[in-house]
Design a protein around this ligand. Structure first.
Ligand SMILES: Nc1ncnc2c1ncn2[C@@H]1O[C@H](COP(=O)(O)OP(=O)(O)OP(=O)(O)O)[C@@H](O)[C@H]1O
Ligand SMILES: Cc1ncc(CO)c(N)n1
Length: 277
């Protein structure tokens, strides 16, 4: 039975402190009023200070989780986050090919803390298996550099990378996120022969754990509602800006963003409180 309620699925790793991975995705789906579902690839012992340990879920069990979801509650859009090994990529690619639905690929490689979340041997595999299936791929600057194989030092390079991801590597659209460049936080989208830029002021904060997961989860939620790619990226940029703007100050390190930040921007006292943070 097909549902009129938008349904989104995330296939990713976990963050027990709730700022990144599956937990961030589900919070984001909920805030965007989309019913959220999740398939876990790796259980990660991590917090705002870093990654302490990783336990990979056996391949057959990842496959079974995906089967359980699709046999009962077929999603309208899916995203993938942390996929650590080439073998996991292969089985996920097979499932996505069978399902044929909007697919957001967040090519998670390294956590903000510097911990590697994707085996080096997977970096080439992701290029050949998952990028060509993506409705949109959402790398940060270091991830884009690995995928396109050149350095990105400025906006021009980011645009060039977004175009390569589409025209040479086969994604339908690509947004290169500017969180790691200097100056304004500018994201660059390339889709249907056109560039779109989404600039915001860079917030001087250390609480950016899980920004990429949250950003791609919004895009997934919006695609589940059948919004266009440009509209979905624009909504994601606004949502993550609000989530960074109203920090929660949780944890001893790089804390999570505020997934309900978008609800606070119309509250004058909250806005003033955060104006100078
Ligand atoms: N300091 C900041 N101020 C404003 N916007 C930011 C800042 N840092 C990141 N962003 C925005 O957050 C979104 C995610 O970008 P970013 O490059 O941080 O992703 P990421 O590195 O994949 O995140 P993570 O690995 O922590 O999940 C983008 O829209 C980016 O422009
Ligand atoms: C599980 C997971 N996915 C993605 C990231 C990147 O933010 C993270 N830290 N942990």
């Amino acid at each position: 039975m097909t549902s009129s309620i938008p349904l989104a699925l995330t296939i990713a790793g976990t963050d027990p402190t709730g700022g990144a991975g599956i937990q961030a995705d589900l919070k984001t789906f909920q805030e965007r009023e989309v019913y959220g579902m999740s398939v876990i690839t790796s259980v990660v012992a991590q917090n705002t200070l870093g990654v302490q340990d990783v336990h990979h879920i056996p391949l057959s069990f990842i496959e079974q989780q995906i089967k359980s979801v699709f046999e009962d509650v077929a999603p309208h859009a899916v995203k993938t986050g942390m996929i650590a090994t080439p073998e996991m990529m292969d089985i996920i690619a097979d499932s996505l090919k069978r399902a044929s639905l909007p697919y957001v690929l967040d090519p998670v490689m390294v956590a903000k803390s510097g911990h590697v979340l994707m085996e080096a041997s997977s970096q080439k595999i992701i290029q050949n298996t998952l990028v060509p299936l993506a409705t949109i791929v959402t790398p940060n600057i270091p991830e884009a550099e690995i995928l396109v194989n050149f350095k990105i030092n400025n906006l021009d390079d980011a645009q060039k990378a977004a175009r390569v991801l589409v025209e040479e590597l086969g994604a339908q659209a690509a947004v290169v996120k500017g969180g790691h460049l200097r100056g304004e936080a500018i994201d660059v989208l390339y889709h249907e022969d056109s560039f779109y830029t989404f600039p915001t002021a860079r917030r001087n904060t250390k609480h950016t754990h899980g920004t990429g997961c949250t950003f791609s989860a919004v895009i997934t939620a919006e695609l589940a509602k059948q919004r266009s790619i440009v509209e979905a990226v624009s909504t994601a940029k606004k949502y993550i800006t609000d989530a960074i703007q109203f920090p929660l100050n949780i944890g001893h390190g790089n804390g999570p963003t505020n997934h309900w930040g978008h609800r606070l921007k119309d509250t004058p006292s909250k806005r003033e409180e955060n104006e100078h943070v």
